[in-house]
Structure formats: structure tokens, C-alpha cells
Design a binder for this molecule. Structure first.
Ligand SMILES: NC(=O)c1ccc[n+]([C@@H]2O[C@H](COP(=O)([O-])OP(=O)(O)OC[C@H]3O[C@@H](n4cnc5c(N)ncnc54)[C@H](OP(=O)(O)O)[C@@H]3O)[C@@H](O)[C@H]2O)c1
Length: 284
């Protein structure tokens, strides 16, 4: 298949593109320097030239806290809603499939047992509102689509200069440089390895799956940031003291869902988080 990957230099895109190529697909890697997704006309014109079979959107405005301010929210809506609509419109025009990545932050976080694909979203942050608006824009377009929701992804840093290090790297770096750590023991989510998300995405594309929502998460109980850091530290035998603290210890502008673990009920289960973490930790 000919696949146009937007956000190819981000954390997920950087892992996905080489795997798509290794699977034999023709991949057009695009990022901000190549095409500004918020330029609707430019997006449509480019897609008319490339004529991909699949448009894969790994691009996003992910500055969750900045999105609470009006200026940040405007940017979030431009990338997470309007650009997604432009990509969906292009897919519709070309009779292509759109694969779009969304987030657990579309949910309110009031479901301790975790959310399934058909649970009703109710975002509690402006970032979550913008991501839900992107999902809705795709559905409203009536285009063949896979919407894949993710939660707290970890893996190697993306190729973009602006790419953020993963929580796993951050914790190990801080553990090596601080005498002790306080880690938020709230915000239950489903940390998932980008390698596994990429493999599952290829399986989704190559398989005979329905056009609907999917939750790609490594198997395992939802964890808070503290619990996830504990898993990492135990595997790496980190000895420094670290303490659970409430999120109020690190006040942030955006509210985070308290319980937003994602449950997968429509796709073969990904490997366990503990195996995925072992695999990632073996890479550095
Ligand atoms: N990270 C997580 O923990 C997490 C959790 C749940 C869901 N997700 C979702 O997973 C997907 C992938 O996330 P990620 O962590 O890989 O994101 P990322 O590393 O921030 O990558 C996003 C990419 O999009 C590009 N981009 C932003 N605005 C653009 C524009 N106007 N035109 C063209 N490109 C633009 C960025 O370019 P620059 O680098 O130049 O800005 C960046 O390369 C996103 O949909 C995200 O919402 C992520």
C-alpha cells in the first residue's frame, strides 16, 4: 500500500515509518517541515499529487497544559480538529483509508475499571476536547477510518527536535541525578510501547478489521505514574528512595482523568506491559 504518514518525526511516527517500510509498504514520511497540516488547501493539493491508499495521522498538538490557555487551545483545535478534518476530507476525495491516533484524555476519568472503545467520551481538559473534536470530524466525513486511542506511550524519542523523552527515560534520568523522587500516584492509565502500537497498526491495516474505534494498549492493570515508575525502577534495580504524592503536589493547568485505563475488546490483545517494558529496557 502507499501510505502517507503525517507526524512522521514524532515519537510514534518515528517508530511506525521504518516498520511500515519493512512490511513492504511505500511510505511517504511527512512532518511540519514538509507540510503544515493546518494549511487546508496545501493538504488537499499534496494529497491529490501523492494519491495514497492510506493516510496515517501521527501528528498532534500534545501540549496538554498549554492548551488550557486561549492561544494554546486555538493551536490545539487547528492541529487536532481542523487538520484532521483536512486529512479526512483528502481520504474521502481519494477513496483512501484514514488511520488516526487519539487519546485516553477524551474520557472523563470516572471509570475505575477502564474504558472500552464504545464508552462515551467526556473530556475534562481543552486538549481532550480538541482530540475528541478530531475523532468527530473523521466520523462526520463518512470516510473509511480506524480511530486508535492510546494512553501514556513509551519508547525511543522521536526524530523531531521537539520530540519529548518518554516517561521511562525521564524517570531513569532523574533517578540517576536526584537523591530522591516524589512521583504522582494518580492518573491511572495504560502505558504502552510504541513498537507494539506500530506492529498492531500494521496488523490492523493488513487485516480484515471493521472501521471503528480501537484501543491499543499493552495488557495489564492500569497504573498511576508512581506505579509505573516502580515497575521501571524494580526492573532496573534503582535504589534511590521514591515516594507517592498526590497530583496536587505538582499543580498543572489542565485536569487529568483520574481513571483512564483503556480496555481493548475489538482487537487481538497486545503483549503484557511487563514484557513490553523488558523489551524497551533492553534497548538502552
Ligand atoms: N504521547 C503520549 O503519551 C500519547 C498518549 C495518548 C495519545 N497520544 C496520541 O498519539 C499520537 C502520537 O503522539 P506522539 O507522542 O508521537 O506525538 P509527538 O511526538 O508530539 O509527534 C507529533 C508530531 O506532529 C507534528 N506536528 C504538530 N503540528 C503539526 C503541523 N501543524 N503540521 C505538521 N506536523 C505537525 C510534530 O512536529 P514538531 O515536532 O515539529 O512539533 C510532531 O512531529 C498523537 O495523536 C497523540 O495525541 C499520545
Amino acid at each position: 500500500m502507499k501510505i502517507f504518514v503525517a507526524g512522521a518525526m514524532g515519537n510514534l511516527g518515528s517508530v511506525l515509518c521504518p516498520k511500515l517500510k519493512a512490511a513492504g509498504h511505500e511510505v511517504i514520511e511527512s512532518d511540519r517541515n514538509d507540510l503544515d497540516l493546518t494549511d487546508h488547501k496545501a493538504v488537499l493539493a499534496r494529497m491529490r499529487i501523492e494519491r495514497p491508499d492510506v493516510i496515517m495521522n501521527c501528528a498532534a498538538y500534545n501540549a496538554v497544559d498549554d492548551a488550557e490557555a486561549d492561544e494554546g487551545f486555538k493551536k490545539a483545535m487547528a492541529v487536532n480538529r481542523d487538520a484532521v478534518r483536512s486529512l479526512a476530507a483528502s481520504a474521502k476525495l481519494l477513496d483512501a483509508i484514514i488511520v488516526h491516533f487519539s487519546t485516553d484524555y477524551v474520557f472523563a476519568g470516572d471509570k475505575p475499571e477502564g474504558y472500552t472503545e464504545d464508552d462515551i467520551p467526556k473530556p475534562i481538559s481543552r486538549y481532550g476536547i480538541s482530540k475528541l473534536a478530531g475523532e468527530k470530524a473523521i466520523r462526520a466525513m463518512g470516510v473509511n477510518h480506524y480511530i486508535v486511542r492510546l494512553s501514556k506511550i513509551f519508547g525511543p524519542a522521536g526524530r523531531s527536535e521537539a520530540a519529548k523523552e518518554s516517561f521511562v527515560h525521564l524517570m531513569l534520568r532523574l533517578a540517576a541525578s536526584k537523591p530522591e523522587l516524589s512521583i504522582v500516584d494518580e492518573e491511572v492509565g495504560s502505558p504502552t510501547y510504541t513498537e507494539d502500537i506500530a506492529d498492531a497498526t500494521i496488523m490492523l491495516l493488513e487485516g480484515d478489521f471493521a472501521y471503528r474505534n480501537y484501543h491499543f494498549v499493552n495488557e495489564g492493570p492500569g497504573v498511576t505514574w508512581y506505579q509505573f515508575a516502580k515497575e521501571v525502577f524494580e526492573k532496573r534495580n534503582v535504589q534511590i528512595p521514591y515516594h507517592p504524592v498526590p497530583s496536587s503536589a505538582f499543580p498543572k493547568p489542565a485536569a487529568r482523568p483520574k481513571f483512564a485505563a483503556l480496555k481493548s475488546t475489538t482487537f487481538p490483545l497486545l503483549r503484557s506491559r511487563t514484557d513490553a517494558l523488558d523489551a524497551f529496557l533492553a534497548t538502552f
